[in-house]
Design a protein around this ligand. Structure first.
Ligand SMILES: Cc1ncc(COP(=O)(O)O)c(C=O)c1O
Length: 362
């Protein structure tokens, strides 16, 4: 039996799908010091994991969860201080970006994003038939607010997507600039706050009180340390959420993820302590990288750092990986050629990274 599929069948795929590339984290290999995906270095404490095992034991695996995880939604609404009906929960925030696509993007619709920008957004726009309009940043990688506003006015776009602090740049957008973009737009402005717990500017959530066209996207993958569980959420005015619900698949959040999310929302003090620690670790790592004197190290408002050495980044990445430390090559972003990105880990992980750098670069 052959596994061959005739080209004729492959051509049945929508051109937007055929021309896309699958999302693959490059260079991933098992290492002991994993600093390539902006994850939290902290897993749940064993005592909480045991508590969860007990809760999992009570779950009927043969029964569907509720269409939308009501208890988790209520807990998030109360945590955000927003009224009931303001939150939509998804299987990670990535999954919710496809809901944005289904709701707002079709037939060449322009969607404005700054560039460089988390690559998934452009792909989401293309897959839904839209046209990504990428607006270049300033030379220091800060978002060019005037240029974003000019693009919004030129295209009268239904959707603009900002990320603050942004991945890949690591930089926060000043709140007043976000508000200028929101005011200038007749369409919706999504503010991806995956890293908001680290943001010195604070959250843009309060803009939602003043502007009906704001949509905040968040994740429990970073500061909450739940990347492996897949929980993200979106906050908007209830009438906006009610429309979005029409495009949602049911059962996207399973009962185990809901239990874990609820548990961590009850342990906000633990999350806050860990965020404080990660901020300190990141500041120390940044300082140590700058003090080496041979790296170009960019400022950061979050838990990862962009840096460039006088060395081919692919080679440096693989030499670091040979020393059991994994970082990410950012060369896929035109503006970040030559840069690598290191996530701040625990002090011992960061030391392992710094030691590996020293043994490679001297
Ligand atoms: C800006 C940004 N948004 C969203 C995500 C993905 O979050 P999730 O794990 O909730 O899908 C990431 C992950 O790296 C990110 O950097």
């Amino acid at each position: 039996m052959s596994n061959r599929v005739p080209e004729r069948l492959l051509e049945l795929f929508r051109p937007a799908v055929r021309s896309e590339k699958p999302y693959i984290v490059p260079g991933a290999r098992p290492v002991s010091v994993k600093l390539n995906q902006n994850e939290s270095p902290f897993d749940l404490p064993p005592s909480l994991k045991r508590e969860l095992l007990e809760a999992f034991f009570q779950i009927d695996f043969n029964r569907y969860p509720s269409e939308q995880p009501t208890r988790l939604i209520q807990a998030l609404e109360s945590n955000c201080g927003v009224e009931p009906g303001s939150v939509l929960v998804g299987n990670g925030s990535n999954e919710l970006t496809y809901t944005l696509g289904l709701c707002f993007v079709e037939d060449g619709d322009p969607v404005i994003t700054p560039t460089p920008m988390f690559a998934l957004y452009e792909s989401m726009v293309r897959l839904h038939g839209g046209t990504p309009i990428s607006v270049g940043c300033q030379t220091d990688l800060q978002v060019d607010t005037d240029a974003i506003i000019a693009a919004i006015e030129q295209h009268d776009s239904k959707l603009t997507i900002l990320a603050t602090p942004s991945n890949p740049t690591g930089l926060a957008i000043p709140k007043k600039d976000i508000e200028r973009v929101v005011r200038a737009s007749n369409g919706f402005v999504v503010v991806d706050e995956a890293y908001h717990e680290f943001n010195p500017e604070g959250s843009a959530l309060d803009l939602l009180m003043r502007h009906p066209n704001v949509i905040i996207l968040r994740t429990l993958s970073k500061a909450y340390g739940l990347a492996g569980l897949r929980l993200g959420y979106l906050v908007a005015r209830p009438a906006v959420i009610a429309e979005m619900m029409k495009s949602r698949l049911p059962f996207m959040v399973d009962r185990m993820a809901e239990q874990v999310g609820l548990l961590l929302l009850r342990h906000q003090d633990l999350v806050r302590d860990r965020v404080d620690q990660i901020k300190v670790y990141t500041a120390h790592l940044h300082q140590a990288m700058v003090e080496r004197g041979d790296l170009e190290v960019l400022p950061t408002d979050t838990n990862f750092i962009l840096f460039r050495a006088d060395r081919d980044p692919g080679e440096l990445l693989s030499e670091l990986a040979d020393k059991d430390v994994l970082v990410r090559n950012m060369g896929g972003y035109e503006q970040l050629r030559g840069f690598l990105r290191v996530t701040s880990g625990t002090p011992s992980e960061n030391k392992a990274f710094l030691d590996a750098l020293t043994s490679i670069l001297g």
